[in-house]
Design a protein around this ligand. Sequence first.
Ligand code: DX5
Ligand code: ZN
Length: 215
Amino acid sequence: MSIKIAPSILSADFCNLEQEIRRIRTADWVHVDVMDGAFVPNITIGVPVVKSIRRHTDMFLDVHLMIDKPLRYVEAFCKAGADLLSIHLEADHPTRIAEALKVMEAHGVKKAVALRPITSPEAILPYIDQLDMVLVMTVEPGFGGQAFMTRQLDTIARVREIIDAHNPACDLEVDGGINPVTARQVVEAGANVLVAGSSVYGAPDVELAIQALRG
Ligand code: DX5
Ligand code: ZN
């Protein structure tokens, strides 16, 4: 499976998003972090910003919803132009997680579930057959620039086993503390989509930083 790089615009200059997205054009996806100040302590951006980004880029929009009860907003993010939505398994009751996935399916948007570090890999089992991606957090969600949690390598390896057994076409994305060193470790453990905020936008040469993550 080829490696995809998804720079997180959380570390970009929000006043110059069009230009900031142009700087990462050699990457594969744009990772958009939506935070509601409830599921996580931080507040970032919402539907109108995703809509504006969509008008200015053809890149694949990978939208990470760190919000409580995501079913309330999934349709709006689909209509705003997301290509893929990740919803957190901890953010609602399983029946409403399943319902949110159905809404994405109906809009032709790719479907992913995300796991906080505390969540067991087996939690993806009820959904795995229909997923396009599983997102394993390698930091506690909420902020960019945190240190990679090494113990999440075991979670990545277990999620890779589940994917290979049930739905081998499903992508495995990791998010948090990814730099050229941890990138090698997560790929070794089975990840194939790498989110990186500070190690891309904080680098003197963004293109080189993206290349370094590819290994
Ligand atoms: C954290 C976000 C990440 C964040 C990663 O809650 O989901 O996408 O931007 O930032 P870095 O790569 O700096 O850890
Ligand atoms: Zn993210």
